[in-house]
Ligand binder design. Structure first.
Ligand code: C5P
Length: 224
């Protein structure tokens, strides 16, 4: 994006998957690589923003100029995000947050005993939904929706339910989209519906287009 376009703005980005501990040596997680969120953080720096990246474990290098806050679980991520919420003008939730966590975290390694073992999981808080309910008119909140069917419908439902300004929908069943790869196929939605349907692009190009749209929308809201 245009250099300086986000000068003076603080951008908070979440990325990666969360790690939900079962015991000292085992955990539940997902396939998120963190690539989309890291690309957004890198591009936001290029556009002049002060960028904090709250990330679950990721093999990626931290982009130059980005402040990394490493986290493990959804509860850790929630705390890190809420602590930095009021100082942030743009909040982008690209993380794949675990929906559930083990109800108890065993203090010692769970021993092998019976032929079956049932894990009890409990729901994690929805961080994006909390941000949506706390956000002020000077804050711009962007969520992600990774879906395998009925993308438009599910993305719009999340946008409304979580009170986001924009949502990035991606059909992860499509070739070149979703987890792990360097490309994505996305659609941007606002409260009125579909804004843009993009072709297959690198995650860096998606990041640039997303941040340009956010900058346009914020400028319009500020009457610039
Ligand atoms: O409902 P779903 O998890 O698909 O929503 C995706 C969006 O919500 C993403 O932006 C994700 O980062 C955010 N999310 C969150 N906290 C959760 C679950 C999802 O912030 N516990």
């Amino acid at each position: 994006g245009e250099p300086g376009r986000l000068a003076g703005k603080r951008v908070l980005v979440t990325a990666g998957g969360t790690v939900e501990r079962l015991d000292p040596v085992r955990y539940l997680t997902n396939d998120s690589s963190g690539k989309m969120g890291y690309a957004i953080a890198e591009e936001a720096v290029r556009m002049g923003a002060a960028v904090t990246l709250v990330s679950g474990p990721s093999a990626l290098a931290v982009p130059a100029g980005v402040t990394l806050v490493p986290v493990q679980s959804a509860l850790d991520m929630r705390e890190a995000v809420l602590a930095r919420l009021t100082e942030s003008q743009i909040i982008i939730k690209a993380a794949a947050v675990a929906d559930y966590r083990p109800a108890v975290v065993a203090e010692q390694k769970i021993k092998k005993k019976s032929d079956s073992l049932t894990l009890e999981l409990i729901k994690n808080p929805d961080i994006l939904q909390e941000i949506g309910s706390l956000k002020t008119k000077n804050q711009f909140v962007i969520g992600f929706a990774a879906e395998t069917e009925a993308l438009d419908e599910h993305a719009m439902d999340k946008l409304k339910r979580k009170n986001c300004d924009l949502i990035v929908g991606n059909d992860v069943s499509q070739e070149g989209a979703g987890f792990g790869g360097d490309t994505n196929v996305v659609r941007f939605y606002d409260q009125n519906g579909l804004v843009q349907a993009l072709p297959i692009l690198s995650k860096w190009d998606v990041a640039r287009k997303l941040l340009e749209l956010a900058a346009d929308r914020m400028a319009a809201a500020a009457g610039e």
